[in-house]
Design a protein around this ligand. Sequence first.
Ligand code: GSH
Length: 204
Amino acid sequence: MDRLILHEDPLSGNCYKIRLTAALLGLPLERREYDIMKGETRTPDFLASVNSNGRIPVLQVGGRFLPESNAACFYLAEGSDLVPADRFARADMLRWMFFEQYNHEPNIATLRFWLCYIGEAKLSPQQKAQIPAKRIAGEDALAQMDRKLADRDWFVGDSCTLADISLYAYTHVAEAGGFRLEDYGKVCAWIERIAALPGYVPMD
Ligand SMILES: N[C@@H](CCC(=O)N[C@@H](CS)C(=O)NCC(=O)O)C(=O)O
């Protein structure tokens, strides 16, 4: 495989997904750090040479650049046990990864970022006004996950897939955004299962 470099900010769960995927697969991954709080992903150089969307993570594969965390995880894991061989199960895995990006991350990760890293006092009036709706939507995402895990260990099939890794990244640190994980017992048990996987690495 080509040399793999992760352009990242270690605070970011989206970046952690890729590190966790690489670790579970035993793939060597170099790391290049940026500070998003200082706008280091918005410089003309970053926009021109790494990601015109101005965001990390970006997985560099040789001389090519792949933004979007779930796409990068898929690049690393294709052909491994983290991606189901069955066609329907593979699509179902993608379904949970899209759920993560639409229902989960914009609420749970955003509240973590706003409340834990920016601080409520420094939020704009527009951001403050969005907190209640994001709280409700984030709780709904966690409740959906809890219901899905009521009678199963993993989101798709009977082993860990990228659906689990993608959802794990911001779920296991959701309390930093003010979510009460103890309200979601099945999710808590699943978090422990992931942390026990061989090769698991914690978030920095
Ligand atoms: N959908 C993207 C989201 C990427 C994203 O929102 N990145 C954030 C950090 S988690 C970022 O780079 N923020 C800095 C900025 O927007 O300037 C993914 O899954 O990779």
